[in-house]
Every structure is written in structure tokens, then in C-alpha cells.
Design a protein around this ligand. Structure first.
Ligand code: HEM
Length: 493
């Protein structure tokens, strides 16, 4: 895209950040304003958390400005973020500028307009907060690629093992109750999986015992509280706003839990830490990065991903379940097991996973700063963004863009089958297009393929064991909840 601050306001030649053909769109000023200093950000924060709620917050502004690109403040605002002014991008066309690291900087913007204290990560800025222009980003991301490559053969058997324990647990709970809350058992399974994957031992055999997932939850909460509302009665909104959104929670309150996690990883990852040292990263810095990779990126990611997947597949109903059973069982029988090649042949299962990632991307927010003056375009206009301005994308609106996806609010299991595959370039959950690959030069999730693989294995295990199931869905601080209300065992395999 060409930066062109001197172009006439009527038409401007620009191309989209994803390299699609140039378009000739009218250059318009970005609508919206930030209000008065301090009061504007507070008003927007109260609208976002309490008066309107997330989705209405964005929808009303799209209506008001008749534009999917506009200026607003994003929480938390004072006093946690020093500047909460952003340019919001809420359509599929403008959004990918956030992935283009030649045009935007991703320094310290991993969670938004504030950065949690580095006291929560051993005093280090971990990989996710680094911009690719910082040499350490490539060093650390290369280490993560290398770890993932070395664990490749473990992914399927280990995850199946963990899922097997999860389903035994689910059935046990069903024998006592008529409903089973999925998130808690999913979190426990996810932490066990993460620890067994990276540390090659069961967390219960370490000093973490069975508390790894709750310790991680607490540590995650200290980092993400400024973005959360607890859903308390209205009377308590003010107190909550002061406690969670105005000042950072003191990191020392979670230090002892974090140290336990750190020590457990440090004690079990000797060979990975050796590799890190050889590549020039200090041993303790590498370990803090690995705790973040395991506890935030992987455990935190699975914590939102798996309940959302179960929720959407559950709500899709029996017809889709029958089709998934047919596909999964036929291919597993023909291939003689659950292998990478068997999973690759499951076109419907693959599509269902992409659809879940489209309709409810596990990480909803992306931020980046313009490196230079640049021009971004939506479907119907071009907008100039100045060097240093913060750009923000609320991904669920970009991946439910009605000008790209038919029935965007519907969960359509077959959406990405056959010709539908062409739409994968509009699936952005990994902080990049689904057809692109993570590299050390970009900020796309290095575990993009692993995450898709695990989601497929989850569906395969589910529909090998059960014919159908029903779900009650709910919303949580960040993400969805799923409660199983019935589970019908497989009649044929
Ligand atoms: C389980 C589900 C996962 C989800 C939903 C997820 C999602 C994401 C997203 C959206 C980003 C980009 C954030 C941004 O800069 O805006 C990201 C980055 C990252 N993810 Fe993942 N991730 C998951 C699993 C993992 C796993 C298993 C690993 C580790 C092996 C991992 C390691 C990372 C790292 C290191 C980054 C920063 C990349 C960079 O700085 O270039 N993630 N992830």
C-alpha cells in the first residue's frame, strides 16, 4: 500500500495490505473522535464494559459513523494505559494491515493499549511483546519453531491420551448429574497436555500437583483483568471498574504461584534450555519465555478454543454430528488409525474447525502502531493513518463481515469445503491469514498448524466415541462456556 498524504481527497490509488489488486476508493477522513482527555476514555470504557457491552459498543459506532473504520478509545484507559486512542478496523478488508509488519510495529501491544508488568514474566519482555525488528524476536521464535518440530510425533498420541482421560471424567460426572460443565475439565486436561508435551512428565508428579491450571488461571487473570468485566450486579460496577480497570493488580500477589510454575518448568526442560543457551539466550530468560509459551499462549489459547469449539459443534445439532461421524469413522477405518494423513482427508471435519475459528476467534483483539503514514481501505473507502497512531482490530467483526461471508452469524459446518476453501484467506484467528505461514519476520502464531490439528483430533475423538450430544452455552470473562446436557454413546464404529 502506498502512503500518500498529499493525494487529493476525492480518489486515492491504494492497494490492500494483503496484496489484492489496487482499488480506486474515495479517501475519507476517519470518522469518530476521542472526546476530552481522561473523560473520553472513561466514557468509552464504561460504554464498553457496562452500558453497551462489547458487541453493541462496536455495532452502534459502525451505525453512527456509517463506517467500519473509525476512531474510538479502547479499555482500559486511565491510569493503566497512557494512551487509549485507537483507529478501529472492523471489516475483512482493512483488518489484515495489522499483520503487515513492514507497515506496522508490534512492540508491547500483545494484549492492547497497556502492557502488563514484566514482574509477571521474571522481569523480561517475552516473545509475544517483541517486534520482529528486535533481534531477540527471531531468536526466541526460532527456538519455539525448533521445540515444536522436535515434538511433532508426540502431538497426536499425547493429545488422544489426554482426551481419553477427559471423556472418562465427563462420563463419570454424567453418572451422578444430568449436566456436566465442560470448561473445568477441559482446563485441567489442557494443562496436563501442555505440561506433558513440553516437560515430558505428569504435573501431578511435580510440586504443582493438581493445581497447575488454577495457578495459571490466577497468573493469566493478573495480566488480563484490565480487559475483563465480571458480570456483577450493577451496584458493584463502580467498585469493579476501579479495582480491575484503573490500576494494575500488584504482581507480588501472584508471585508465589508464578515461581512454582517457573520452577516446575525449569526442572523439566533441561534439554530445551541447553538449546536456548547454545543459541545465545540466557537460561532464565529462555525459561520465562517457555513458561509464557506454555502457560499463556498454549494453555490460555486452549482454554478459550476448546469450549468454543464444543459449543458451536454442539449447537449445530444432530444432522452435522451424523455427517461428522460418517466422515471420521469411514476415514479412520480406511486409514487404519488417526494419522496426519487421515486427518488431512477429513474435509468436513477440517471445515468445521475453521468455521469455529471464524465465528469465534479465540483471541478477539489485535493491536499495532503505524510505522509510517499509511492508507488503509475498507470495502467502500480509503483512510489515511498517521505514523505512530494505534490501529486496533476486533476480529469477530472482521471474520463475520457480511460482504465476505454469507450468513456470517450462522455456524455453517460445510462453509470451507470445496470451493469454500477460497474463503480461508479471510480466517484470521492466528494473527495472519489461514493461507499464510508464521515466520520469524511476522507475528503470526508459530503453533498455527498445531492448533488446527488439536481441534481436529478433538472432533475425531469425540465422534468416534459418541453419536451426538447437546450443549448449553454461556459467556465467560473472556470466551464461552459449554455445559453438556446429553451425550449419546456411539452405536457403531
Ligand atoms: C491453543 C490455541 C492458541 C491460540 C488461539 C493462539 C493464538 C495466537 C495469536 C492470536 C497470536 C498473535 C497475538 C498478537 O500478536 O496479536 C499468537 C502469538 C503467539 N503464539 Fe499462539 N496461539 C495458540 C497456541 C499457541 C501455542 C501452542 C504456542 C507455542 C508453542 C503458541 C505460541 C505463540 C507465540 C510465541 C506467539 C507470539 C508470536 C510472535 O511474537 O511472533 N501459541 N498466538
Amino acid at each position: 500500500m502506498s502512503s500518500n498524504s498529499s493525494s487529493s481527497p476525492s480518489k486515492l490509488q491504494s492497494s490492500s495490505s494483503n496484496g489484492s489488486p489496487s482499488t480506486d476508493l474515495p479517501l475519507k477522513p476517519i470518522p469518530g473522535n476521542y472526546g476530552l482527555p481522561f473523560f473520553g476514555p472513561i466514557k468509552d470504557r464504561l460504554d464498553y464494559f457496562y452500558r453497551q457491552g462489547k458487541d453493541t459498543f462496536f455495532q452502534t459506532r459502525i451505525q453512527e459513523h456509517q463506517s467500519t473504520v473509525f476512531r474510538t478509545n479502547m479499555p482500559p484507559g486511565p491510569f493503566i494505559s497512557s494512551n487509549s486512542n485507537v483507529i478501529a478496523l472492523l471489516d475483512a478488508i482493512s483488518f489484515p494491515i495489522l499483520f503487515d509488519t513492514s507497515k506496522v510495529q508490534k512492540l508491547n501491544v500483545f494484549v492492547g493499549t497497556y502492557m502488563p508488568s514484566t514482574a509477571l514474566t521474571g522481569g523480561y519482555r517475552v516473545c509475544a511483546y517483541l517486534d520482529p525488528s528486535e533481534p531477540k524476536h527471531a531468536l526466541l521464535k526460532r527456538l519455539i519453531f525448533s521445540i515444536l518440530a522436535s515434538l511433532h510425533d508426540k502431538f497426536i498420541p499425547l493429545f488422544r491420551n489426554c482426551l481419553s482421560e477427559l471423556f472418562v471424567n465427563l462420563e463419570d460426572q454424567f453418572s451422578d448429574k444430568s449436566k456436566v460443565y465442560f470448561n473445568t475439565i477441559s482446563d485441567k486436561m489442557s494443562f496436563d497436555f501442555v505440561f506433558r508435551l513440553f516437560c515430558d512428565q505428569n504435573p501431578s508428579d511435580t510440586r504443582l500437583g493438581s493445581k497447575g491450571s488454577t495457578m495459571s488461571d490466577k497468573w493469566l487473570f493478573f495480566q488480563l483483568a484490565p480487559l475483563m468485566a465480571l458480570g456483577l450486579p450493577k451496584l458493584l460496577n463502580f467498585v469493579e471498574d476501579v479495582l480491575l480497570h484503573t490500576f494494575p493488580l500488584p504482581a507480588f500477589l501472584v508471585k508465589s504461584d508464578y515461581n512454582k510454575l517457573y520452577n516446575a518448568f525449569y526442572g523439566s526442560m533441561a534439554s530445551i534450555l541447553d538449546e536456548a543457551e547454545q543459541s545465545g539466550i540466557k537460561r532464565n530468560e529462555a525459561c520465562h519465555n517457555l513458561v509464557f509459551m506454555a502457560g499463556f499462549n498454549t494453555y490460555g489459547g486452549l482454554k478459550t478454543l476448546l469450549p468454543a469449539l464444543i459449543k458451536w459443534v454442539g449447537l449445530a445439532g444432530e444432522k452435522l454430528h451424523r455427517e461428522l461421524c460418517d466422515e471420521i469413522r469411514t476415514i479412520v477405518r480406511a486409514e487404519g488409525g488417526i494419522t496426519f494423513s487421515a486427518l488431512e482427508k477429513m474435509t468436513l471435519t477440517k471445515s468445521v474447525v475453521y468455521e469455529a475459528l471464524r465465528i469465534e476467534p479465540p483471541v478477539a483483539f489485535q493491536y499495532a502502531k503505524a510505522k509510517d503514514d499509511l492508507v488503509v481501505h475498507s470495502h467502500d473507502a480509503a483512510f489515511e493513518i498517521k505514523k505512530g497512531e494505534m490501529i486496533f482490530g476486533y476480529q469477530p467483526l472482521a471474520t463475520k463481515d457480511p460482504k465476505v461471508f454469507e450468513d456470517p452469524e450462522e455456524f455453517v459446518g460445510h462453509r470451507f469445503v470445496g470451493e469454500g476453501e477460497k474463503l480461508l484467506k479471510y480466517v484470521y484467528w492466528s494473527n495472519g491469514r489461514e493461507i499464510d505461514d508464521p515466520t520469524v519476520e511476522n507475528k503470526q502464531c508459530p503453533a498455527k498448524d498445531l492448533v488446527v490439528l488439536l481441534s481436529r483430533v478433538m472432533l475425531v475423538e469425540l465422534f468416534l466415541r459418541y453419536d451426538t450430544f447437546t450443549i448449553e452455552a454461556g459467556t465467560l470473562l473472556l470466551g464461552s462456556s459449554a455445559t453438556f446436557t446429553s451425550l449419546t454413546k456411539a452405536t457403531s464404529i
